[in-house]
Design a protein. Structure first.
Length: 298
């Protein structure tokens, strides 16, 4: 089997290999970080993907990352051949250009940082789609099969099926996790913003309905109702106008809150609360109007 489309929107291209296992397929609970033990140039992901596509290589990973691209080599439903039996059965494997021997200073250079940024975006996307928490696992958690981010080195240490130590002790694990969490946070903020903007659309429709009702009420009350200009509280109608003023003010407040880009109340919950308090006022108003109509014998 093979695949024709990348699983991740972060991938720039695919370069499928037969060096993988479709049956039994992958049970993805880990994102596993590796280094390719190569230089960090822009063609490394393409070159290593081409090597993975060679049956002679007998090895593979789901993704190869270099400073300017992410290439997918193995479908996320299949097991890559990257970290022996246990690692292959449960991990989505990402190979970064670079070496396990890199120092922290070497990981800080611009090429490494570009690789880290792409790998973090890819890791965040995998975590989100497979419901894997963006956290590192302790050796015990890894042994217990908990979900999270790990490394080839940790899998080697815990399951003792290999002696690989990549991505190495100089790998900036805290910086990397921060980048992953920031990428996840940005995605979450985006989806909240979408919910709020959908809420704003709904609120606007309800506002239009309320405005229509208000217009009808005003038309019903005028002309001929005392107190419309000035003497607002001296007559029964004064209470009606007070109520109308309240509703108008609340509607304006709600409009302000529902205007995209305005500071202030921006959650669906608070929009809902404002709407329901307007509805309460409307109900009271209708009751008052009904009472007036009854008294007047209308
Ligand atoms: Zn490795």
């Amino acid at each position: 089997m093979s695949f024709t489309e990348a699983d991740s929107s972060v991938a720039n291209s695919i370069y499928p290999t037969q060096n993988c296992t479709w049956s039994p397929g992958l049970n993805p609970i880990w994102v596993v970080l590796h280094t390719m033990e190569t230089p960090e140039g822009d063609q490394i992901a393409e070159n290593i993907s081409s090597w993975f596509a060679n049956p002679v290589a007998g090895t593979s990973a789901h993704y190869c990352v270099d400073p300017d691209s992410v290439v997918q080599c193995v479908d996320e439903r299949a097991c890559a051949w990257a970290a022996m039996q246990v690692g292959n059965a449960y991990g989505i494997h990402i190979e970064m250009a670079g070496r396990a021997a890199q120092t922290a200073a070497e990981w800080a250079d611009s090429q490494s940082q570009a690789i880290l940024a792409r790998t973090a975006a890819l890791t965040a996307d995998i975590c989100r789609r497979h419901n894997i928490p963006a956290r590192y696992l302790t050796d015990q958690q890894l042994a217990d099969g908990e979900k999270g981010i790990t490394t080839h080195a940790q899998i080697s240490r815990v399951f003792k099926q290999s002696d690989h130590t990549d991505p190495g002790e100089g790998f900036p694990s805290q910086q990397f996790l921060g980048l992953v969490q920031r990428a996840l946070g940005a995605a979450a903020v985006q989806s909240v913003a979408q919910v709020v903007s959908e809420g704003e659309e709904m609120s606007k429709e309800i506002l239009e309905a309320i405005n229509l009702n208000l217009t009808r009420i005003v038309n019903l009350l005028s002309p001929g109702v005392p107190g419309q200009a000035g003497v607002r509280h001296a007559t029964p109608a004064g209470a009606v106008f007070q109520r109308l003023d309240n509703i108008s003010a609340q509607v304006q407040e709600l409009k302000d809150a529902a205007t995209p880009g305005r500071a202030g109340v921006k959650t669906q919950g608070s929009l809902d609360a404002r709407l329901s308090s307007i509805e309460e006022n409307q109900t009271t108003l209708i009751n008052i109007l009904t009472t007036i109509a009854e008294k007047k014998g209308l």
